[in-house]
Design a protein around this ligand. Structure first.
Ligand SMILES: Cc1ncc(COP(=O)(O)O)c(C=O)c1O
Length: 371
């Protein structure tokens, strides 16, 4: 039997090959490799799709976070703190450090694996500068609560929306709650480029302009540089690809939701498989379909033997990462995070996945569960 991959980008490419070929040919004909019409058009189209506002396109999602922090808070001196969660990909912690701030990790809610807003409140100290909620797996953090805590303490809020293109909370999208939302266009994301890419969406035109110019050498014109900067640009070919994909994104997100609903239906009543809770206020973008099981590594290995390629997002929490050992966390400081990291398992999910494959994943998973 054919293996079922975690993500399948080939099928998407084949389905829309002509559109991609035309878009690439258009960009090549203009030789607009840095900046240019596709870059400008994609920034405007993505801002519109995010709910209306401003977009700064950058080289990747990690730097989207770094630059948003830097421009909202000013470059840090290692003392100011930014509160986020430890159950996450390393990028968020890296971005906080790169902007000159100290990451402070708080617990997640065991049912959603998202920032626990009560834990956030407790973690606020005189050096706290910002809150960085991570909309993991495609579900937004309870932003009404995060915003009320942040506003009460006068803190900036930068949303990590790398996995949340198309997510909502109480009818509002990422970036409509906080000061800015940072997206990744890593190929496997809901909106993925053919390489690296990222964006900051914000309702603040000046902030978007500052981030865009920081990402382009802090230039005023070609050889005049009044501001600090670096080189982190989304190139024209990526923008051309992303413009094609943006046209299909709503339909793809709906297809992801359909796949997730099949998993929900087929796993209903299976007590050994704890599904991530989908909160009522959330519109889930279904970037990943994650369950929690005992003996996760054995289950993962058995699935692989039977041709089902599941994944783990993420096995080592940030506070346990050697690179952050200097922050002084003990292994048992975040027990919910540590437990979740041992139990999470991501099942195959992509828009084109069919019902029969989902049935095969679920029946194989049931056989692989510990007795
Ligand atoms: C939650 C989260 N934050 C940040 C990033 C960083 O994005 P990038 O890989 O584009 O730098 C990613 C993706 O890789 C992510 O999943």
């Amino acid at each position: 039997m054919n293996p079922i991959p975690l993500v399948d980008l080939k099928v998407q490419y084949q389905a829309h090959k002509q559109e991609f070929d035309d878009a690439i040919a258009g960009c090549l004909a203009q030789t607009s490799f840095i900046g240019g019409p596709d870059h400008e058009a994609f920034a405007a189209e993505f801002a519109e799709w995010c709910g209306g506002g401003h977009v700064a396109l950058v080289g990747n999602g990690t730097q989207a976070l770094e630059f948003a922090l830097r421009e909202l808070l000013g470059p840090g001196d290692g003392v100011g703190e930014v509160i986020t969660t430890s159950h996450n990909f390393i990028a968020t912690g890296e971005a906080i450090s790169a902007a000159g701030y100290k990451p402070v990790f708080v617990e997640v809610d065991a049912e959603t694996c998202l920032m626990d807003s009560d834990a956030l409140e407790v973690a606020i100290r005189p050096n706290t500068r910002a809150v960085l909620p991570v909309h993991l797996y495609g579900q937004m953090v309870e932003m009404n609560k995060v915003m009320s805590v942040a506003q009460h303490h006068g803190l900036k809020v930068i949303e990590d929306a790398a996995q949340a293109h198309g997510a909502g909370w109480q009818g509002k999208c990422p970036g409509e709650w906080g000061d800015a939302a940072c997206f990744s266009f890593y190929p496997g994301k809901n909106l993925g480029a053919w390489g690296d890419g990222g964006a900051v969406f914000t309702r603040d035109a000046d902030l978007a302009a500052r981030i865009a110019r920081y990402a382009d050498h802090g230039r005023e014109d070609k050889y005049r540089h009044p501001w600090p900067g670096t080189n982190s640009r989304l190139d024209g070919l990526q923008a051309a690809v992303l413009r094609v994909k943006l046209r299909h994104l709503d339909a793809w997100n709906d297809a992801r939701r359909q796949v997730a609903s099949w998993y929900d239906e087929l796993l209903e009543g299976e007590e050994a498989v704890e599904r991530i809770k989908n909160r009522e206020d959330a519109i889930h973008a279904r970037h990943l379909y994650v369950v929690q099981v005992d003996d996760r590594d054995q289950v993962l290995a058995t699935l692989k033997e039977k041709g089902i390629h599941a994944g783990v997002h993420y096995p080592i929490p940030l506070h346990e990462q050697p690179v952050f050992s200097g922050l002084g966390y003990a292994l048992d400081d975040l027990p919910i995070t540590a437990t979740v990291a041992r139990r999470v398992l991501s099942l195959p999910l992509y828009p084109e996945l069919g019902r029969a494959d989902v049935e095969r994943v679920v029946s194989t998973l049931k056989e692989a569960l510990p007795l």
